[in-house]
Design a protein around this ligand. Sequence first.
Ligand code: SF4
Length: 259
Amino acid sequence: MTRSATETDLGRTRRARRIGRVLTETHPDAHCELDHGSPLELAVATILSAQCTDKKVNEVTPKLFARYPTAADYAGADRGEVEEMIKPTGFYRNKTTSLIQLGQALVERYDGRVPDRLADLVTLPGIGRKTANVILGNAFDVPGITVDTHFQRLVRRWELTTETDPVKIEHEIGAMFPKRDWTMLSHRIIFHGRRVCHARKPACGACTLAKLCPSYGTGPTEPAAAAKLLKGPRARDLATAAGVDPELVPAQAVRAEAP
Ligand code: SF4
């Protein structure tokens, strides 16, 4: 479809919810892709995920979590040792500073525990609003919208918002969906951004949202060309869901990591 200049707010909200329903069917496996077993581990993993793939973070964290199980362990950690352990995630000096300061702040102000309120979380070193929402949604079951780069790109392509400021996007999109859906909606949008609606070449011709998306045609619409752009272990299922022959998805696309 092309965007109707006359689409009302109600019409846009209805289309947003239809997009949400299609995404629920398209990505039944959507989840937080950062491995964690506690709020502290998720906070640490999220800090490490800046400018780094979740896969790389997940390779580093098992040893890190075992070595530093509590906030006090980070507070008193040896800098060089932390740097060495998290080096593969990039920007390791800044990230080490954040982890040690996070540990110190948690010990000093929150008795070593990660707080469960947005207002408290955003005061912590290394934790911005996006990270805070990831922690709330996934470690505390408090609904949160995570406006990362994928989320921003997709909701703008869907013309659900024209905002560029993440906080405004969060509020505008949040108002279109029931609060209880916010966390899973975020995962599904991010999943779609990583596997189908890529920044450079979105797989429009193999996308389940083609009929609801005003940006259909931004990427190849021809099924064979689009199917090659799908990524991840469910790439063939994604093609089938979009009505495209799964055999058109090459083996390397199935093996490819979603970025
Ligand atoms: S139709 Fe194209 S631009 Fe729209 S969501 Fe699908 S892949 Fe993205």
